[in-house]
Design a protein around this ligand. Sequence first.
Ligand SMILES: NC(=O)C1=CN([C@@H]2O[C@H](COP(=O)(O)OP(=O)(O)OC[C@H]3O[C@@H](n4cnc5c(N)ncnc54)[C@H](O)[C@@H]3O)[C@@H](O)[C@H]2O)C=CC1
Length: 371
Amino acid sequence: MGNLSRLLKESWTLVEEQQDKVAGYFYARMFLSNPELRNLFPVTMDVQRARLLGALVTSMQLVDDPDRSDEYLHALGRDHRKFHVEPEHYEVVGGALLEALRAFAGERWSIEYDQAWREAYQAISARMIAGAATDTNPPYWNAEVLTHERRGPDVAVLTCRPLQYPLPYRAGQYVSVESPRHRPRLWRTYSIANAPDADNTLEFHVRAVGAGWVSSALVRKVRPGELLRVAAPMGSMTLDASSTRDIVCVAGGTGLAPIKALVQELTRYNRTRWVHVFFGARDRDGLYDLDELNQLAARYPWLSVVPACSDDDGFTGEQGLVSDVVGRYGPWAEHDFFVSGSAPMVRSTLRTLAELQVPSIRIRYDAFSDG
Ligand SMILES: NC(=O)C1=CN([C@@H]2O[C@H](COP(=O)(O)OP(=O)(O)OC[C@H]3O[C@@H](n4cnc5c(N)ncnc54)[C@H](O)[C@@H]3O)[C@@H](O)[C@H]2O)C=CC1
């Protein structure tokens, strides 16, 4: 670990347990010094509160890994154009962040820590600003909802189409989505569940969970004909067309979305790579897209699908967490992996794969937040 990243981690431990208060103070400072910034944020701040601070801290942790962070931060800068963020706003956010950290770290805060956060923030914001500046696309796309299908009490599969410009993306990537009618200024990330196609349709798989405000609106309120806003694509869980390795996809719940897009892309050119999809859900109803996956498997001989239920004794297929089920098959040492689901599901799957000696360089996944 480099010195900068050590200083950041060390100083973060001074405030980590008071994150909520740090976030509250951070926003208060920001809005006090620049009241016009308040309009960039949702009316109700509950959900937003931990977001910006959380994203800043995650970005800080990437400072040691310029290759990974460059691509990520350029994309994040492009994505932030949807908030109408201007370069000068970055300075205000940086100032408020430092004030909040200083206020809560107390006497143990040092000049060294102060400089480390300044330096890291400067590097991050420069890359985000550069990413935004080179983007010639609109800050977001207005997209009309075409179809909306409930697949169980909490899950919906919906499709939409950008109105004016096509949205360029790669299969496996994700975008932020806003419903201006039902949840103005609240954005939540979803993977696009289909590969890019000529009619520019985008498919999303959404589960309404707990405090997930945007997700509950997308499942329960949004109807065909309404407009959504969709921001710039992000994420690196994409296919390497030059690889000749066979593929294993591990999906938990609606984490199936990007896997479905990857499989669809493979149907266009794959002849030689075996593709195994493990699809885990709590119960049979949670296997909301299994019929379509089975139809694809019937049509493409290189595709196999293994469904698994973790909380359904009556299910006759595989039982258990999908992260364990994948470990019962194999051997997997020569495969490319794609993993998608909740953060705990991704962590458990990575542990299983590490035990099976799968080199981490062959595993692709994107960190995803719920909301
Ligand atoms: N909607 C989308 O476009 C995308 C969603 N995601 C994420 O996927 C998740 C899907 O959530 P739900 O559908 O509610 O799935 P869920 O929480 O019901 O889990 C489905 C299955 O995932 C596995 N799993 C869950 N927790 C696990 C753990 N701690 N260890 C090992 N395996 C575990 C189990 O096999 C379980 O049956 C969400 O966290 C969402 O953010 C990820 C990528 C895209």
